[in-house]
Design a binder for this molecule. Sequence first.
Ligand SMILES: Cc1cc2nc3c(=O)[nH]c(=O)nc-3n(C[C@H](O)[C@H](O)[C@H](O)COP(=O)(O)O)c2cc1C
Length: 220
Amino acid sequence: MRPLRVAVLLGSTRDGPPRPANLGRRVGKFLCGVLNARGHEVDVVDPVDEALPSLVKPYFAYAPGQAPPKLEKLNERLLNADAYVAVTPEYNHAPSPALLNTINHIGSSVMSYKPSLICSYSAGQWGGARAAVLLRPALSEMGCIPVSAMIHVPKAAEVFDEAGKCLEDHDEWAGYFDRGVSQLEWWGVAARNHKDVVDPFAASPALTTTPTQRNAPTSP
Ligand SMILES: Cc1cc2nc3c(=O)[nH]c(=O)nc-3n(C[C@H](O)[C@H](O)[C@H](O)COP(=O)(O)O)c2cc1C
């Protein structure tokens, strides 16, 4: 099997109390280890490095070649990915605004017909499960269908250190992550192979003007 190219979308830009800040990087590092152990290539999209503004203009709103170079590059990286992992903290029972901001900058045709895996975490006991559930519809709308398994990491600072090393029950955590990653792999390989058979955009073209292109015939 050819390795998948997996884009790991991180969600934290925090640098301050409550500490430790940016637990997402710890979770992301452990996750990358699990993906690498299965032979996949990983591209980590860290919103701190991307420093996207709150949405003013998504990539697809620019004329060809006119997008800011970093956004151009990000679009290309996400286009090249075969599958995605969305790593989200839970803020007020909701997914990370930075993660949604990344997704909102990218057109759905970039991420569609590829699977995603949701990985949430928190400092508390629920592991960001409420944020994870809310992320499902957003990824589905992108056509980047979330696999059924989700990963939730409660008390993430006690589970992973800054290097992403697991501090307790390594094999259990690795097995838990691997279950979700194995589903992502199955769907990712299947989707990639089938694109060679049928062009997914042939019968369901990407939007070229407005979302009203998708309206039912009876819509005003
Ligand atoms: C604005 C804000 C809202 C939070 N809301 C929740 C919450 O709803 N549920 C929860 O379990 N933890 C919540 N927390 C605690 C986070 O789980 C914890 O700060 C975690 O480290 C956030 O991830 P990050 O460090 O990667 O940003 C919240 C933290 C902040 C800063």
